[in-house]
Write a protein that binds this ligand. Structure first.
Ligand code: KG4
Ligand code: ZN
Length: 337
């Protein structure tokens, strides 16, 4: 069978990333320009600043990618692009670039849901084995997804309000920590003790999640302690918060694997970088003889390689867009229409 080379573009938030992926599994080259330092001084991503930076960098990233891969645009077979969900102004830059290349080269344009990309990041490490359950934990999503085969996504459960990454970032902010907060909370949690009596986030029998309660509990705790003039033990807050969240995520994931009789678990999304979540799931999966995989750090944060992996399987399923494809800030993971 002929090899398929995908040129993939990801610009949904604050990374301008392009990649060339062979047959959905092999990374030929990736170039990513991250804007973290630009947004740091604002304590979060500023959408207008993000889209401007994408515009300034996208052609540079493309030239660097072609140079790094020793490939020409004519060597590409398909063009994969994140069209949503994400920041609309940021998505539009990557999408316009993808459409232009598709028009000029007459190569198929493959629309990729950002979160499906995160799941397929695992395919770059080791070919996915089905059926599997994916625990998707990112800045915008917390989902348990059932996949019976490639590019088939069924909902098991999801968050009713805030995403887990959003809660990490909010807790970091209220504790006066830098942006992005998740990795810092993860680091400080290792230094603290579980001394704060925080509530478990939706610790019930369902597969749904809810992180707004624990987030508000941390906000109120910090506020009250400040008002009383008490010392706030930041490390202990991080440990207590992280323990509660990861415990519920782990418990519900293991329950789903059992109930759905699935032996394969993959972790996906930015919060897949969390050391405690990886450790807890590794331990539990060893106990239950579940094959567990998570992406390496470079594939946890937003990157185009994962979009190129997903695009290949979308293409094989016949998912091809025309030049009317538009960017979408919000897209249902299970029904993209
Ligand atoms: O996947 P991603 O880029 O967001 C979306 O696509 O929505 O993930 C970013 C999120 C941020 O909330 C960031 O704080 C969080 O992932 N994150 C972490 C860690 N590393 C990144 N959260 C907890 N622990 C980490 N080590
Ligand atoms: Zn992401």
């Amino acid at each position: 069978m002929k090899d398929i080379y995908c040129l993939a573009i990801e610009s949904s938030c604050d990374e301008t990333s392009m990649s060339i992926i062979k047959n959905g599994t092999e990374e030929i080259a990736t170039v990513t320009n991250t804007q973290i330092d630009i947004h740091k001084e604002f304590g979060g991503v500023v959408p207008e600043v993000a889209s401007r930076s994408h515009i300034e960098n996208i052609t540079i990233v493309l030239s660097e990618l072609l140079e790094k891969s020793h490939m020409k645009i004519d060597d590409i077979d398909i063009i994969g692009v994140t069209y949503g969900p994400g920041l609309i102004g940021s998505l539009l830059i990557g999408l316009q670039c993808a459409k232009t290349i598709s028009l000029v080269t007459n190569k198929p344009l493959i629309p990729v849901h950002h979160i499906k990309g995160h799941i397929y990041a695992n395919n770059l490490e080791k070919r996915l084995t089905f059926p599997l359950i994916a625990l998707v934990v990112s800045g915008g999503h917390t989902e348990l997804v059932y996949m019976k085969e490639d590019y088939s996504f069924e909902k098991i459960g999801g968050t009713l309000d805030d995403a887990i990454g959003e809660a990490y970032d909010k807790v970091a902010k209220i504790c006066g920590l830098d942006y992005p907060g998740g990795p810092i909370v993860d680091k400080l949690a290792k230094l603290g003790k579980d001394t704060y009596d925080l509530p478990y986030p939706l610790n019930d029998d369902s597969y749904n999640f809810s992180f707004s309660g624990i987030k508000s509990a941390v906000v109120n705790l910090v506020h009250n302690e400040k008002q009383r003039g008490n010392n706030i033990r930041i490390n202990d807050i991080c440990t207590s918060f992280q323990n509660r969240c990861i415990e519920v995520l782990t418990k519900k994931t293991m329950k789903a694997l059992k109930e759905y009789k699935v032996n394969n678990l993959v972790l996906a999304g930015g919060v897949a970088a969390n050391s405690y979540l990886r450790e807890k799931l590794t331990k539990e999966c060893q106990k239950e003889k579940i094959n567990f995989s998570y992406p390496s750090m470079k594939y946890c944060t937003d990157n185009a390689a994962m979009i190129g992996a997903a695009a290949y399987y979308a293409y094989k399923k016949g998912i091809v867009a025309n030049l009317e494809l538009n960017a979408k800030a919000v897209v249902d993971l299970y029904n993209e229409k």
